[in-house]
Each structure stands twice: as C-alpha cells, then as structure tokens.
Ligand binder design. Structure first.
Ligand SMILES: C[S@@+](CC[C@H](N)C(=O)[O-])C[C@H]1O[C@@H](n2cnc3c(N)ncnc32)[C@H](O)[C@@H]1O
Length: 326
C-alpha cells in the first residue's frame, strides 16, 4: 500500500513552519510529516513513536537533515518526560500507519493472516490475550464502545464459545469467528469493527490521546501550535472536548461527561479560526483512507496547564484489568 501523509497541505498551513523553531511530530510513522516540515523550513523536528520498527526510516531522515532531526522511542503521552519543553508545535496523526497494517505479522488486519497481536509497540498484552482472558461482558462493552458495533453481544457470544474449544491465536481465526457470528452484508468485512475495537483497547488509544493532549499542553510554549488529525468520531470527540475545555468554553462535547462550564484556570488554548478542517475532495479521491480525517488546531496561551481529569474517556475495561487476569 502506498503511504500518503494525510492532510499534509492543511497540516503545513496550520503549522506555518519558521526557521529555527522546534516541532514535535508525535506520531512519526513513515516520517511523511517530519520530512515535509524539514523541507519547508530550516526548523528542528523531534519525531516520537512507540513502534521500534520506525527506526531505520528515522535514521535515514537523521542523515539527510543532519542535526535537525532526531527520533525518541516513546508513547506520545510521555512527551513531557523525555526532556522536551518550550516547543513551538506538537503534531499528532492518530491511528495505525499503512506500514503497520501491511505487515501481516503485526496482526492488525483481518485481510492478512498473522498472529493476533495488534500492538503498536512491543510490550504489554496482545489482542490474543484480550480475546482469551477478558470476560464476556468486557468484550461486549469493548466492541460496543470502541467498535461502535451494534451486534457486539453476538460477536462476544461466538468468541467465548470458540475459545472454550481452543485458543484463538490468529487474525484469520478471529475474522472467521466474527464472520460466522455476524454474517456478510454490505461492503465492509463483518470483523472490521471488532478488529478496530481490539486495536484501540490493546494500544489504549483513547487514553494515550487524552494524556498526549495534556502532555502537549505542558511542553508547548506560548504561541505554540497543537495540530491533531483524527480518523473517527471517538477520537475527534476527545480532541474537541479537550480544546473546548481548555478554551474555557462549556464542554458539552462528550457523551460520557456532563456539561461543565469551566470556571477554573484561564484558557490555556485558543482554537484556530476554523475549528475543524476536512481533507480536500481531491485527496479523498486519491487516498480513500483520508475520507474520515478531521484536523483540529489550537494555539497555546501563556496560562498554566489545566489539571488532568480523565472524565472525557469512556468507562471500559482497562489494560491493567486485562493484565491482572493474565
Ligand atoms: C498514522 S501513522 C503516522 C503517519 C505519519 N504522520 C507519516 O506521515 O508518516 C501513526 C504512527 O503513530 C504511532 N503511534 C500511534 N499511537 C502512538 C502513541 N500513543 N505514542 C507514540 N506513537 C504512536 C504509530 O506507531 C504509527 O507509527
């Protein structure tokens, strides 16, 4: 699959690169954004990724843009714990990379037979562990909340029955079980939402996103830009609610949290002129994956960061609940 950096012109427009500034590309991936930033101005870029497989691509950029690029292997939720501060921008392009989807052995795709892994990094429980050890009710909730799967109970019923007969260890096995449970209709594979849900769970993607936004708030200097590209409503809802709260507006954006009028600290972000930007028609035609992308951006003020609360996150079993069962 060819790799396209999603919404690159819009990201560059929001970033407005300037020589001498330092940008954090929090989701380095294939380095599409980092390379574009380095080309656009004589800036410095720090790439972050939790996937050690990006190292060779990062080494290439390091050589090509001597002294202006480096990679730190870390989840972006910890960007404020790896020596970064007073940066001019943080850019996040949420989700898996086409590189990760393409590698059968990573287990992200029901289209490719591989071990049921789905971890972006190489630590922590796998999707096979989740399918083996989570309770029936936790599986239902994960499929409902992270997959927005209407027939979550039926998928979980079939999985629990199948695992009683033997461990489910491959993507193919899981895809077949879910297909037997839900049947084929429409153009998408019936296991699409179950796979999405397990991937979000195993990588704690929503928790990472929320903590990543809070960490960005701590390391951005006044005037620094926060630019976030998301691919589905669960993610966008978190970014939107985070920014509305930080801008001192009524939250209201989360269906998990009551509406709260912010009366605490002074606004720590000001939202960009257009609160949400979508990809151009041309990009959607060229790269179907971009069709659900949304870009939000905001400018950091000089006010202190807000205290962290995780009420923007849905209440679902956590990775530590799973680890306790293994
Ligand atoms: C959609 S790709 C980014 C593509 C990149 N913008 C480009 O142009 O090549 C997302 C990347 O972010 C990484 N990633 C996702 N969540 C992460 C997290 N919480 N911490 C660090 N890296 C993460 C993934 O491993 C993947 O390599």
């Amino acid at each position: 699959m060819k790799h396209y950096p999603v919404m690159l012109p819009e990201v560059l427009g929001a970033l407005a690169p300037v020589a001498g500034e330092t940008y954090v590309d929090g989701t380095f991936g294939n380095g599409g954004y980092s390379e574009a930033f380095l080309k656009a101005s004589n800036c410095n870029v720090v790439g972050l990724d939790r996937d050690p497989n990006v190292k060779s691509r990062a080494a290439q950029l390091g050589e090509e843009y001597d002294g202006r690029f480096r990679l730190i292997e870390t989840p972006f939720s910890k960007m404020d714990e790896v020596g970064l501060s007073e940066v001019d921008a943080v850019v996040l392009d949420i989700g898996v990379s086409s590189m990760q989807l393409d590698q059968a052995e990573r287990g992200f795709s029901f289209m490719r037979s591989g071990p049921l892994d789905m971890r972006m990094g190489n630590t922590g429980p796998t999707a096979a562990d989740a399918v083996k050890s989570l309770s029936h009710s936790d599986l239902i909730r994960i499929f409902q909340v992270y997959g927005e799967e209407r027939r979550a109970r039926r998928a979980a019923d079939f999985i629990v029955r199948a695992r009683d007969e033997g461990e489910i260890t491959t993507t193919e096995e899981l895809a077949d079980i879910v297909e037997r449970a839900l049947g084929r209709s429409g153009k998408n594979h019936p296991a699409t939402k179950v796979f999405q849900a397990l991937r979000i769970f195993i990588n704690d993607e929503l928790g990472e996103l929320y903590r990543g936004l809070c960490a960005a708030e701590r390391i951005l200097k006044p005037g620094g830009r926060l630019i976030v590209v998301t691919f589905h409503s669960l993610e966008d809802r978190i970014v939107k609610s985070f920014l509305r709260r930080r801008a001192g507006e009524v939250s209201g954006g989360s269906r998990y949290a009551p509406e709260v009028k912010h009366e605490g600290p002074v606004a720590s972000f000001k939202e960009g002129k257009r609160s949400v930007i979508k990809p151009s028609k041309v990009e959607v035609v060229e790269n179907a994956r971009s069709r659900s992308a949304k870009l939000r951006f905001a400018i950091r003020s000089g006010a202190a960061p807000f205290p962290m609360d995780d009420e923007l996150l849905p209440r679902v079993a956590s990775l530590s609940d799973l680890e306790a069962r293994l």
